[in-house]
Design a protein around this ligand. Structure first.
Ligand code: ACO
Length: 447
């Protein structure tokens, strides 16, 4: 009797040759390397997977973050984001992401001590900062100075040494708020503020940002808590653009400062870390609640997008956006309500009732309300991606640590489909046909 029990494999028939192949399925995936056996001739390289933008390619196995975009679920190490946002702190969540478990009291105290005692940067860092133009974008400064940390800590190259890895993790989480605040103060021309170990991680960051001549900066507890929750919400999001950049760079065996700088550079891009800023610009451009229907009409007619709406993965309300919306109300109660918030609420209300957005599963994403909160707290627009980066550092480091320890990982080296010229012979310059540049209009800058 034929065996009809289901098999964990995929049978593929190559219609070019008529040959069939049995490809194993593990954890809902096939290994694309298994496609290489599919050839039309022995010289054939074998079949490749082609996936620009990695829409359907898993680059790693991970135990850090679970995300179900259709159901609107986000969990760090199994814990729902809603519970962490309500009950945890950013430093505790950082511990969870990196170590995989929630700490007991003693471990949390040691972890907090270790992070707090790594907040100072080498004094030479001030010279670095001073080298940037007065109006340099703080995110550009952050990318540069995180990369520069690798030159201060030569021991970080020892990536296969667990103790060294742990030390770099503590240093990076400790120093990021310091570098972030320094980058802001440099761009404002304000003197730098030393870390204050009596404050919480987030309170200290606010102090380094906003302290002026007072002896001790006392953060507003509601704003400090709100920012701490925002950091938790941004702490990891599995294999997004910046995390993939960090893993790819880290796969070369480079130190974690260089890998994190790469992640940070990816986050700098407007398609990734910059959308919350775009929301503020959009709201300012709309101008008032009366103009919203006309704006929605223009979006539906294809004249631009409703920024802060839609997501590549979430086809449901982004769970982070729900939490952020609640925080926005708490913050505005403290800072005074912004007319932009009322516009955002009205935009959301209209969009969620409109078939254009409903049928395309376009819901508010993490960026829809976060920019409004940052603005109300007094952060300038160009600090928004920097705030995202502070939150994301523990996630990047958890992903980097996992990557370095994963025996299946190799240096990231994708394939390409070559569409260029076949082999041709080099011709001396005198024998080449006159080329197409109009010499009268010859402009060296355009070459
Ligand atoms: N406003 C209006 N229409 C939209 C929007 C939007 N914000 N987002 C998607 N659509 C429409 C598209 O026009 C398209 O319609 P069509 O099928 O009639 O052509 C359909 O919805 C699907 O859109 P895609 O661009 O194919 O969706 P994709 O998954 O590639 O894009 C993205 C996701 C980039 C986030 C998109 O929704 C967008 O541009 N949103 C606004 C920018 C934004 O808020 N980005 C932040 C994302 S969260 C983060 O990165 C942290």
């Amino acid at each position: 009797m034929a065996d009809t029990s289901p098999r964990n494999s995929l049978t593929v028939t190559d219609n070019r040759t008529g040959l069939s192949y049995d490809i194993p399925i593990e954890q809902g995936a096939i290994r694309t390397l298994d496609l290489r056996q599919i050839k039309v001739s022995p010289e054939d390289f074998g079949l490749l997977g082609y996936d620009p933008g990695y829409f359907n390619t898993a680059s790693c196995k991970s135990s850090i973050t679970f995300l179900d975009g259709d159901k609107g679920i986000l969990r760090y190490r199994g814990y729902p984001i809603e519970q962490l946002a309500e009950k945890s702190t950013f430093l505790e969540t950082a511990y969870l992401l990196i170590k995989g478990v929630l700490p007991d009291k003693e471990r949390l105290a040691v972890w907090t001590y270790n992070i707090r005692h790594n907040t100072l940067t080498h004094a030479n860092m001030i010279k670095f900062m001073d080298g940037f133009r007065y109006d340099a974008h703080p995110m550009g400064i952050l990318v540069g100075t995180i990369g520069a940390l690798s030159t201060f800590y030569a021991d970080a190259k020892d990536i296969n040494n667990e103790e060294s890895r742990k030390l770099q993790v503590r240093r990076l989480i400790g120093k990021i708020p310091t570098l972030a605040a320094m980058s802001y103060r440099h761009s404002m021309g304000y003197p730098y503020v030393l870390p204050d170990d009596d404050l919480s991680y987030t309170g200290n960051f606010l102090s380094m940002m906003f302290k002026m001549t007072e002896m001790h900066y006392k953060p507003n507890l509601i704003l400090e808590h709100a920012l701490d929750v925002l950091f938790i919400l941004h702490a990891d999001h599995e294999q997004n653009c910046s995390t993939s950049a960090l893993r790819a760079v880290g796969s070369s065996g480079v130190d974690p400062y260089s890998a994190v700088a790469a992640g940070c550079a990816a986050l700098y891009g407007p398609l990734h870390g910059g959308a919350n800023e775009a929301v503020i610009h959009m709201l300012k451009k709309i101008g008032s609640i009366e103009n919203i229907p006309a704006f929605i009409k223009s979006v539906k007619e294809g004249e631009g997008r409703l920024m802060g709406f839609g997501h590549r993965v979430y086809k449901n309300y982004d769970p982070r956006a729900k939490i952020i919306k609640k925080i926005a109300f708490q913050v505005f109660e403290e800072t005074g309500r912004s007319p932009l918030l009322d516009m955002a609420l009205e935009l959301e209300r209209i969009a969620l009732e409109d078939d254009f957005f409903v049928s395309r599963k376009l819901y508010p994403n993490v960026d829809f309300y976060s920019g409004l909160i940052y603005q109300a707290m007094g952060f300038p627009l160009d600090m928004f991606p920097v705030l995202f980066a502070i939150g994301r550092v523990p996630g990047w480091l958890a992903q980097w640590t996992e990557h370095v320890q994963d025996p299946e990982q190799k240096i990231a080296r994708p394939r390409q489909i070559y569409l260029g010229e076949e082999q041709r012979d080099y011709t001396p310059i005198e024998q080449r046909p006159k080329n197409r540049i109009d010499e009268k209009k010859f402009d060296i800058c355009r070459l």
